[in-house]
Ligand binder design. Structure first.
Ligand code: AHR
Length: 633
């Protein structure tokens, strides 16, 4: 192939094109990005008195543990507590307790004593500074009572919390290694809090912003915000919820933590924008995926309180604390200055309930909210074919499919999309399986446990199509983002982790290559890309600020390909080449990064390519993604 890169600009690059979709799935929030180290920390969302309620806790030396709700909880939002009974006929007093970090074989890494236990709830805070690093992840947080003084006594724990140092030193913040992996993607947006996880399995278990920000806000029976009487952002006042992915969410990772995190991400990367794309609940609960007719839908006549709730949330985020009561609440919680917010997504995948969305839900939310917040962009979540009033200008499109779909269909799907002012957020996509008839099926039918190189290269082919058409695709994200190894509900995922380790998949490195090498404008190339150029996919861009040209190439074929590159501008003298490929010569491409081999396939960066000004041959190896970067003179 002869590939000519022209200096002619086709379209400006959307500054939001590459970002992150985040919801608490696969323990990616609680147990993942959210720094809390203790599971089941407040014993909520479990049935008191059952073994399941003791999840992650164990008594030793004859002590007895149970989760109870028959004494007042530590707050109205956390009615359950963990009761420790120290058996004896002799009544003693608890005296002091020793808190430690230990290995399961008893090596003590840090220890402190607390005293002053009383008969009413009391908060104890202390710092444990380990004297050594544990060699593995088999460790425990222990609380020990002195048996001679404590015998016969009962001690209740309402909330136990253990935080390591966090990203940017934020209190109640993010786990450092995962935050760093995410920041290294240089994302331009953060779509949250779902995904399905915003929706709830019932109206009452939907993601409620007001219950994620601090002291408990009493709700009406159906979960509508009644009044706002908050005073601080303490985690003991967040009730949490049993959410869509089958495990309790503490909501310790709540609205303010998300917004602060987005600002922290922005601070780590000066060039790219960083925008929240906030989903608001749109009046459906995802009760049962196998029967969409069972999903509860809020009737039109009952929708207004939920619209009011969205208004409260947006005011809380964006308004002036001196003049707005919801914003004043934000200030009370410690944040005077409004947060930036431009994008509101109305629901998630409302293509599954299009009739009510088109009939009244979209209309009711968007007409009210856009009148009140004229600077916000509202994103439709039904299919492009669903006619809406008011008409949508932005739409969220999701695709989970096979490598073939991404390279034969997805890579060209935006080429002929009408330029009528409508833009896409491709809010979720991934190559999930080799089976394009059932891409979310079982491992036996081709579903991936981890992204494969072949699948990730097909995603890159799709991404060249989005970048080439960035006038209609303004933002795009792989999904899901995080998975706790062995505790997931969905594979494949971008980043895998457990208590001690984390690693990026092949798709992670594709996202990173595309996101961290961005132009400000897309350049015309000859030939133009179409189906006939398969298996090679490419897109070229120029960055006005740095004067760098980026050529991104996905070779989705199983043979190396030589391309003769020419330019109608002066280049060089050298280029850097970053390539993600199979380097072991095996010719096997359905390979992954795995817990046993987490850096099996990682990009190789070289800066030794000499550019010949009149043109030169570049080799793109089989099943590879390459970014060639050079300056124009
Ligand atoms: O990414 C996993 C799920 O896939 C999301 O929660 C949902 O939006 C989609 O169906």
């Amino acid at each position: 192939l002869n590939l000519h890169i022209s200096k002619n600009v086709t379209v400006p690059m959307s500054p939001l094109l590459y970002g992150i979709m985040f919801e608490d799935i696969n323990f990616g929030g609680d147990g993942g990005l959210y720094g809390e180290l203790l599971q089941n920390r407040a014993f909520q969302g479990v049935l008191p008195g059952t073994q399941a309620a003791l999840n992650s806790y164990q008594a030793v030396n004859g002590a007895f543990l149970t989760v109870v709700d028959n004494t007042p909880g530590v707050s109205a939002s956390l009615p359950n507590s963990l009761e420790l009974s120290i058996p004896s006929t002799i009544v003693g007093g608890p005296g002091s307790l020793t808190v430690s970090l230990q290995s399961l074989s008893g090596a003590v890494y840090a220890t402190k004593t607390i005293s002053g236990i009383s008969s009413s709830w009391k908060k104890f805070s202390l710092q444990l500074a380990p004297t050594a690093s544990a060699p593995d992840i088999n460790n425990a947080f222990t609380i020990t009572a002195d048996g001679s003084s404590a015998k016969g006594s009962t001690i209740n724990f309402g909330l136990l919390s253990l935080f390591p140092p966090t990203f940017n030193g934020r209190e109640n913040g993010m786990r450092v290694d995962l935050a760093e992996l995410l920041a290294a993607l240089k994302p331009s947006f953060w779509r949250f809090p779902g995904g399905n996880n915003i929706e709830g399995l019932s109206f009452d278990t939907r993601w409620k912003w007001n219950e994620t920000i601090g002291p408990y806000v009493p709700s009406l029976k159906n979960g509508i915000l009644k009044s706002i009487l908050l005073t601080d952002s303490s985690i003991e006042n967040r009730p949490g919820r049993v959410a869509n992915w089958g495990y309790p969410n503490t909501d310790g990772l709540g609205l303010l933590e998300y917004l602060d995190w987005i600002e922290d991400l922005k601070a780590t990367e000066s060039f790219y924008r960083q925008e929240p794309i906030l989903a608001i609940w749109s009046g459906i609960a995802t009760a049962n995926y196998s029967d969409l007719t069972t999903w509860p839908i809020v009737p039109e006549a009952d929708l207004q309180p939920y619209i009011d709730d969205a208004i409260n949330e947006i005011e809380f985020i964006t308004e002036d604390a001196k003049t707005n009561k919801n914003a004043a609440l934000r200030a009370q919680l410690g944040r005077e200055e409004p947060y930036a917010l431009k994008y509101i997504e109305v629901g998630n995948e409302d293509q599954f309930q299009p009739a009510s969305y088109a009939a009244y839900r979209w209309q009711a939310f968007v007409s009210t909210l856009s009148a009140k917040f004229p600077n916000l962009t509202f994103i439709d979540t039904s299919l492009p074919t669903t006619a809406l009033d008011p008409p949508y200008t932005s739409i969220d499109f999701h695709e989970y499919n096979s490598p073939d779909w991404f390279k034969f269909t997805g890579a060209f799907m935006f080429d002929n999309y009408p330029r009528n002012g409508t833009q896409f957020l491709v809010g979720e996509y991934a190559v999930t399986s080799t089976d394009d008839q059932n891409a979310l099926g079982t491992f036996a039918s081709g579903r991936f446990q981890f992204p494969t190189l072949e699948g990730s290269v097909a995603e890159a082919a799709f991404m060249t199509g989005m970048e080439r058409n960035t006038d209609v695709v303004f933002a795009a994200a792989y999904a899901p983002t995080l998975e706790h190894l062995g505790a997931n509900q969905w594979t494949p995922d971008l980043i895998s982790f457990d208590a001690g380790t984390s690693f990026g998949s092949t798709s992670y490195y594709v996202q990173q290559l595309f996101s961290s090498n961005r132009g400000t404008h897309i350049l015309a190339t000859t030939p133009t890309q179409d189906n006939s150029t398969n298996p090679l996919y490419w897109v070229a861009s120029h960055n006005n600020d740095t004067n760098l040209v980026f050529l991104k190439v996905a070779n989705t074929g199983n043979d190396d390909l030589v391309v003769y590159l020419t330019f109608d501008f002066s280049v060089g003298p050298t280029a850097t080449l970053s390539t993600l490929s199979q380097t072991d010569g095996s010719g096997i491409f359905n390979v992954s990064n795995t817990p046993d081999n987490p850096r099996n396939i990682i990009p190789v960066h070289s800066s030794t390519v000499v550019l010949h000004p009149t043109g030169f041959n570049a080799t793109f190896s089989a099943q590879s993604v390459t970014v060639l970067t050079f300056s124009t003179k």
